[in-house]
Structures are given as structure tokens and as C-alpha cells.
Design a protein around this ligand. Structure first.
Ligand code: V47
Ligand code: SF4
Length: 395
């Protein structure tokens, strides 16, 4: 967006909001107190202008996406996070699944002739899914398809499996690196306010432990993502505190690639009585994230959860990356009430959707290198899925 900064600033009534806008246009960092002011007093249009200004400087009109698939080894879990639509299933084991090593490899093989570039593995925590299980699995996946980026497990699982294996985090993360994991997804962060974390996600790793595991991973030269679960019982102060902890760690390591705000969905979990945040508040939240996290390159919207139209709207509020492109049947969201019951689109449909928002679709790999620019790409009937064969080892 081309914005005339001085006429925009002239229209702002509040001196605090004027000061913040001046800082943004000067390329300066805002303080946590100012982020709180944005949540409390920033209008949707004000926040949209500033977030889009930053987004445009960083990425112009580009919208990134990648072709990945998700595997959830199990939907049973020893924890009972009250926002999670899985957790009750431990008491109803017959409704759950527990995939073996071979079943997971069958899923990996089912993508052999599809041009996916990443597999995202995350699920519930159960004793049999221990360090030995995962190391064997990761090695098998890498042996079968060396070029597939392996984004796997969160500090919630790592904390649990390292403790069980009597390893410290440094020892454990080195083994994980050696087994072939390329990056960590952003899950398990929930909310870093320890009291609220205990209340809604009791028993799993603390926020300090979550941050420590990412810090160690970054010190090994590797990248990861970060999320926030928002729109439940947390306050705006908690959201700012969460992002401030991430911004501080990012200053130290530079290892985070993407921030992914996850809107709490209330279907079929222990927090179903809490109303979901409105789309207006979701867009404001994306915008504040974009403005505050000046050292994060990317803000991602997970569209199967948000819905297509809302995800498109988010592109004008700081978001530059849309996750969940093809054949994404992640259960954790459909069970929690996501907008998209069958969240799967062909590449052509997905690209058209991004073009309809006057943005430029760019397929990226997991480290944001460009695979294909779809701005002027013509699909023919033979390539509408975008599939082409990638090498796999048939062992
Ligand atoms: O940590 C669970 C969230 C997360 C609900 O790194 C819920 O690229 C909303 O982190 N309502 C896991 N959210 C998923 C995740 C993720 C997703 C997409 C991309 C990436 C990435 C990471 O899902 C959990 C939790 O915060 N979650 N239940 C719910 N009811
Ligand atoms: Fe288990 Fe994760 Fe669900 Fe918590 S959010 S109950 S750790 S699957």
C-alpha cells in the first residue's frame, strides 16, 4: 500500500497513537506498553494501515505458501489441555488412533509422487512415542525421501521424551538434529503467562522450558516457528508479554522464521463456554503482531482454521504467509471447530484465491527460498494440481 504518512498522522486524534505511528514510519521499535496501547485503543483501520505499511516494506505484495502435509502419530495424550479437542479422547481410547512406525511410513509413501516439500509431524504425547521411536522414524523418513523438509515435534514432546530418556535438552536436541529433523514447528507455546498456562495446559513444559528448547535448537544453527494461542482467558497484557518474550529471544538468536497467531476455537473441548474472538479482533491481533514483532520476517495465517475469506482479509493486516495448501486434513483443527471441514485446495484454486486479493502468490520452501513465482503462471489441465515427481528411495 502506498501511504502518505504525514496526512495519515495528521488525522490521528490521540497523541499516544500519533507517537506510535511516527515510530513505525521512522522504522523504530515500539515498546511493550505501546503494544498494549495498540490493543486497547487502536482502531481496525489505524492498525491495518500500520501493519500493511510494514508488511509492504518487508514483502511488497507477495504471499508465500508451501506445499506440505501433516502427520499426527496419535490423537491420544497424557495431558488434558482444556482448549484441546483431543484430550478427552484418552478416556475414549476406541475413538483414537496410535499409528505405528510402519503406518506412518505408509503415509509418507502415499505422498511419493506429489511435489510436497515438507512434512509437519506433531500429535499427542504418549509413553510409547519415546525418543527411540521418533529417532527411528525420522531416520526412516530421511532415508526414504532425503529432500523432504522434516518439521517435527514441539518442546512439549521434546521435554517429555528427553526426561524419559534421562537426557538434558542439549543432549536431546543434538540427537534430534542428527536424526534428520530440519526445523521445529511453533506449537505448544500456547500462552507464556505461567498461571494461565498451568490453568489451561497444566503438566506440560513451562514457558521457560519452551523458550529454552527453541534457544538450544537455534544455537545448533537451525530454524523454528512460534505460535500464540489467543482469544480464551488471557488478557492483552498476556499477549504482549508472550510476544515480548519471543522478541527478546529472537534478538538473541535470530532463529525464528515465522509467528503464527492461533485463534482459540471452542468446539468440543473443556472451554466450549468461552466465546470465540470476532474476526475484527483477529485482524487487530494480526496487525499488532506484525507491528510489535519487528525482528520476525513472517506472520502466518493458518487458513484451514481461520477460513478462506478471513485468511484473505488477514493479508491486509500484516500476514504474508498462508499455511495449509494441499490435502491438509489436520484433525486437531477440524475437531476444534475450524471453518474448513475439508481444508484441501488444488494449487490452482489456492493461487487463484491469493490473486483475487490482488496479491502475488509465491511458492516457497521451508526456509523461504522461492520455488515458483505464480504471479503470471498459466495452469494447463495437465498441471492444475501443480504435481510433479520428486526423488524418493524405494527401500
Ligand atoms: O500448540 C490446539 C493449537 C497448536 C486448539 O509451525 C488450538 O508452521 C485453536 O502449532 N483452538 C498446534 N488452536 C498447531 C501449530 C501449528 C499449526 C500450523 C503451522 C505451524 C507451524 C504450527 O494448535 C497447539 C495449540 O496452540 N490448538 N487446540 C483450539 N481448540
Ligand atoms: Fe496433548 Fe497437545 Fe492436546 Fe495438550 S494440546 S492435550 S499436549 S495434544
Amino acid at each position: 500500500m502506498n501511504i502518505d504518512a504525514s496526512s495519515f498522522i495528521k488525522q490521528i486524534q490521540s497523541s499516544e497513537l500519533k507517537l506510535i505511528a511516527n515510530k513505525i514510519f521512522a522504522g523504530d521499535r515500539i515498546s511493550p506498553e505501546q503494544a498494549l496501547t495498540l490493543y486497547n485503543s487502536g482502531s481496525l483501520s489505524y492498525l491495518g494501515v500500520l501493519a500493511d505499511y510494514i508488511r509492504t516494506i518487508k514483502h511488497k505484495d507477495v504471499v508465500y505458501f508451501n506445499k506440505n502435509f501433516h502427520i499426527e502419530p496419535t490423537n491420544l495424550c497424557i495431558y488434558s489441555c482444556s482448549f484441546c479437542s483431543y484430550s478427552r479422547l484418552i478416556k475414549q481410547r476406541q475413538e483414537g488412533w496410535e499409528y505405528s512406525h510402519d503406518q506412518i511410513m505408509d503415509i509418507v509413501r502415499s505422498y511419493d509422487h506429489k511435489d510436497v516439500t515438507e512434512v509437519h509431524i506433531v500429535g499427542g504425547v504418549l509413553p510409547q512415542y519415546d525418543l527411540e521411536f521418533y529417532i527411528k522414524l525420522f531416520k526412516s523418513i530421511k532415508k526414504h525421501r532425503p529432500g523432504l523438509h522434516l518439521k517435527a515435534l514441539t518442546p512439549v514432546e521434546y521435554h517429555y521424551i528427553f526426561k524419559k530418556a534421562k537426557l538434558n535438552y542439549e543432549q536431546g536436541m543434538k540427537l534430534i538434529l542428527e536424526s534428520g529433523v530440519d526445523s521445529l514447528p511453533g506449537g505448544g507455546a500456547e500462552i507464556f503467562n505461567e498461571d494461565i498456562r498451568k490453568e489451561i495446559a497444566g503438566g506440560k513444559c513451562s514457558s521457560e522450558e519452551w523458550l529454552k528448547i527453541h534457544e538450544i535448537w537455534h544455537s545448533l544453527g537451525k530454524k523454528s516457528n512460534a505460535t500464540i494461542l489467543y482469544g480464551h482467558i488471557e488478557t492483552y497484557e498476556d499477549r504482549v508479554d508472550h510476544m515480548n518474550k519471543l522478541r527478546t529471544l529472537q534478538d538473541k538468536t535470530g532463529g525464528f522464521q515465522t509467528f503464527i497467531p492461533l485463534k482459540f476455537r471452542n468446539k468440543d473441548n473443556q472451554m466450549s463456554h468461552i466465546p470465540e474472538s470476532s474476526i475484527i479482533n483477529d485482524l487487530k491481533n494480526y496487525a499488532v503482531s506484525r507491528i510489535f514483532l519487528d525482528n520476525f520476517d513472517h506472520i502466518k495465517a493458518y487458513w484451514p482454521m481461520l477460513g478462506r475469506n478471513n485468511a484473505l482479509a488477514s493479508l491486509n493486516f500484516g500476514v504474508d504467509d498462508l499455511d495449509g495448501t494441499i490435502d491438509d486434513t489436520t484433525k486437531i483443527y477440524s475437531m476444534a471447530g475450524s471453518e474448513e471441514q475439508v481444508p484441501s485446495l488444488t494449487t490452482e484454486q489456492f493461487v487463484d484465491m491469493i490473486r483475487s486479493a490482488q496479491k502475488k502468490p509465491v511458492e516457497r520452501n521451508s526456509t523461504y527460498e522461492i520455488i515458483r513465482n505464480y504471479e503470471n503462471y498459466q495452469f494447463s489441465t495437465s498441471n492444475s494440481s501443480g504435481y510433479y515427481s520428486l526423488p524418493v528411495n524405494q527401500s
